[in-house]
Design a protein. Structure first.
Length: 413
């Protein structure tokens, strides 16, 4: 780990500090170029935009630009380390936007005293961008922030820690249940964790057919039930009318375990209590809720996913967020709604069932991949994700009435 630490620090420091830079997209070599780029030529697009704000998409980079914004209150698994400490992560997100969807992204780290200050800051700069990706903001403030910004901004606002995780989880979960011969509508689901990712994952699973009464959510105090008086409004949505209080109580006979909490909180004895052919998503990173080796020794009939790249079935947000923004921006969607999220889920899960190209196998370092217990979700390096997911999202935006321009006939074909 010491060697890896040094490699990571060197990667971020050399040859130039950081991971992103500004590149010019037009000529700036001659006096004529500069006269067009700035004064006096720049006055012409200024007048056009003043006459019609939509012209900003024609004459500026707005339509291909995403703001990656954080206050540093929930940085990866490191906690509340402040805005500046979150900058390497936000730059990393910008790198992923560019690498996977050719979207330009600028990281913005906001120092604020109140949630309202953060909301006001982001709302005030939102029109600069084609979309806003919120990142590493702790719960429950993240729910209030996202909702307020969705109401105040005319560009799509997306909290990836919530919805990106939910979309990838739902895609893998539906495929896993299909392989295990189970139906989301009747599956008993145990969710360990009650933060932003947990709430979003469960809400999207419900949108995809899960029944709220079949979901048991746990936080640090145990099962979230209707007789608890310490629940915020988001946890209350998952308060189950039950006498069960512990993980062992609720996991007996469960079909699904979703972990978005911390390491080693799913004991082998609890895993043994699950129904036949269980599905386990242990997504705490870097250390999952149960180690895959232990899980497979305990149950030879399970399908397992983690958040790690060194095990099969990685739940990785990069499978969706670049492509969701690509599709949303390309039709100038005003929001990213449930229809667009479900479209992304279906596009991702259907791709898994197709033959895997040789270049993806090579990038993954494997000889073969086929739809089954060890392959329920695509690999992040699969180039088919961009056209499939972006087109599905863009089409859903058009069909649901939140797109401001039509889908081009040849879009992403």
């Amino acid at each position: 780990m010491s060697d890896f630490r040094e490699k990571a620090l060197k990667y971020h420091a050399e040859p130039t500090p950081g991971k992103i830079a500004i590149a010019l997209t037009t000529a700036a070599d001659t006096a004529q170029d500069l006269a067009l780029a700035y004064s006096p030529g720049v006055a012409e697009p200024v007048r056009e935009i003043a006459a019609d704000p939509d012209n900003a998409y024609k004459y500026t980079a707005k339509g291909n630009l995403v703001a990656v914004i954080s206050n540093g209150t929930a940085i990866l698994g490191l906690g509340n380390l402040g805005p500046l400490a979150s900058k390497p992560v936000m730059e990393g997100k910008a790198l992923l936007f560019k690498r996977f969807a050719n979207l330009d992204a600028i990281d913005i780290e906001v120092k604020h005293r109140t949630t309202e200050e953060f909301i006001n800051t982001v709302a005030a700069i939102a029109d600069t961008f084609g979309g806003i990706n919120l990142e590493d903001i702790k719960a429950p403030e993240c729910f209030e922030i996202e909702q307020a910004l969705k109401e105040r901004c005319s560009v799509p606002v997306f909290h990836d820690d919530q919805h990106g995780t939910a979309i990838v989880t739902a895609a893998g979960m539906l495929n896993a249940l299909e392989i295990q011969g189970k139906d989301i509508a009747t599956a008993k689901v145990v969710c360990m964790g009650a933060g932003a990712a947990a709430v979003a994952c469960m809400e999207l699973l419900i949108t995809c057919g899960a029944q709220r009464e079949n979901i048991y959510m746990l936080d640090r105090k145990g099962v979230i039930h209707t007789r608890r008086d310490d629940l915020n409004e988001y946890k209350r949505q998952f308060a189950n009318n039950t006498d069960k209080r512990t993980l062992e109580d609720v996991i007996e006979g469960a079909d699904v375990f979703v972990g978005v909490s911390g390491p080693d909180v799913l004991p082998a004895d609890a895993l043994r209590l699950m129904a036949d052919n269980p599905v386990v998503f242990a997504c705490s990173n870097p250390d999952p809720e149960i180690k895959p080796e232990l899980a497979h020794r305990t149950r030879d009939d399970l399908i397992m996913a983690t958040g790690r790249s060194d095990y099969p079935n990685q739940v990785n947000n990069v499978l969706c967020f670049p492509f969701i923004f690509r599709g949303a921006l390309d039709v100038r969607a005003t929001v990213i709604n449930d229809e667009m999220k479900v479209a992304a889920v279906e596009a991702i899960r259907s791709l898994t069932k197709e033959a895997v190209p040789a270049q993806v196998l090579s990038a993954a370092g494997v000889d073969s991949l086929s739809f089954g217990r060890q392959y329920i979700i695509p690999k992040p390096m699969d180039p088919r994700l961009l056209p499939r997911v972006a087109r599905a999202v863009a089409q859903a935006a058009v069909d649901s009435g939140v797109a401001q321009i039509p889908l081009p006939d040849d879009y992403m074909l």
